[in-house]
Design a protein around this ligand. Structure first.
Ligand code: AVI
Length: 313
């Protein structure tokens, strides 16, 4: 018998709000339960999903140049460190980093990341910060001492924000990091639609499983009764907004119970589960400037698939 899972009031409230909207939607943050996180890690290794390996390639091939531009003795503050692999890569490239401060809402992930980074750099001070970085938060006083702070936000997670949310995040990050800080930001670039759609609709169907897991999670943690075979994964390029949208499309008319309500779906009606904005450099520069940052450098791979930015406050 499987263990009972507690209902999550915040998930129930978000689901009721999103499924009551004229265009049904669910916040993408709920994609990442333990199974969603495992599936996302599998996505990053797929042949079609170029962003992770291209960003790693840029950090690897341009590491020296990045280190020189950043300078000696930076305290690295990473927003959402994932498994810590990119932190190890960046810290290994930088000149005498002063400290590493991973910021995440999940304390258990932070412990793993801290262990990984300490294993690689036993003498580097590592100070995990438990906080939701999509909201205002403060770094602990004296975190990283007097060292200049370098924010690190990789993986093009900035693309999962609406543009106005991206500006708000960048402005808050600037305030949190403080005067004289810098930010290293990974951002995916606009490119051929076929490449983009394949990256979000892979032939092994891992992204489909990642998207559909959200309905399984709603069944487990919001007491819903979605029939998983009643929905299909779709990844569509929205040319007006220059973003990939993930949807769950109803295969047939159906009614779903959740939180004491019934939600009706027409055949073909979809739930929008995630947007992944792709940027042209000029547009991202505008957003960064609106948040009070100035572009110092930009590095890309030879095919110009992905970009890594150094911003100055
Ligand atoms: C986490 N984020 C940057 C990924 C992206 O590419 O937008 C999430 C993802 N969704 C489907 N595949 C990957």
């Amino acid at each position: 018998m499987s263990a009972a899972v507690e209902l999550q009031p915040a998930l129930v409230a978000d689901a009721i709000a999103g499924l009551s909207a004229t265009r049904k939607t669910l916040p993408c943050k709920w994609l990442y339960d333990a199974e969603g996180t495992r599936l996302f890690e599998a996505i990053t290794r797929l042949p079609e999903y170029y962003p992770t390996r291209t960003e790693v390639q840029i950090l690897d091939q341009r590491g020296r140049d990045i280190a020189q531009a950043v300078g000696r003795g930076a305290a690295v503050v990473e927003f959402g460190p994932g498994d810590g692999a990119k932190a190890v890569q960046l810290l290994g490239a930088l000149q005498a980093p002063a400290a590493y401060l991973p910021v995440d809402i999940a304390p258990e992930w932070l412990e793993d990341v801290a262990e990984r980074v300490t294993g690689a750099f036993p003498h580097l001070p590592v100070r995990p910060v438990v906080a939701d970085f999509t909201r205002p938060f403060d770094l602990p006083a004296h975190a990283g001492g007097s060292a200049a702070r370098l924010g690190f936000f990789s993986g093009s997670t900035i693309g999962n924000f609406e543009p106005e949310e991206a500006v708000a995040f960048l402005a808050r990050a600037r305030a949190t990091l403080g005067p004289g800080s810098r930010m290293l930001l990974g951002a995916d670039l606009v490119k051929e639609v076929a490449i983009l759609e394949a990256a979000y609709d892979d032939s092994a169907r891992v992204t489909a499983a990642f998207n559909l897991n959200l309905l399984a999670r709603l069944n487990r943690e919001a007491g819903a009764d979605f029939e998983l075979d009643g929905f299909a994964h779709a990844a569509r390029w929205n040319p007006g907004r220059e973003r990939i949208e993930m949807h769950l499309v109803a295969r047939r008319p159906q009614r779903v119970r959740l939180g004491g309500r019934v939600f009706a779906f027409a055949a073909g009606e979809s739930i929008h589960t995630e947007s992944s904005h792709k940027y042209r450099p000029d547009r991202l520069r505008q957003l960064a400037e609106a948040a009070g940052w100035r572009q110092a450098r930009i590095w890309t791979d030879p095919e110009e698939m992905f970009s890594v930015w150094l911003l100055e406050a």
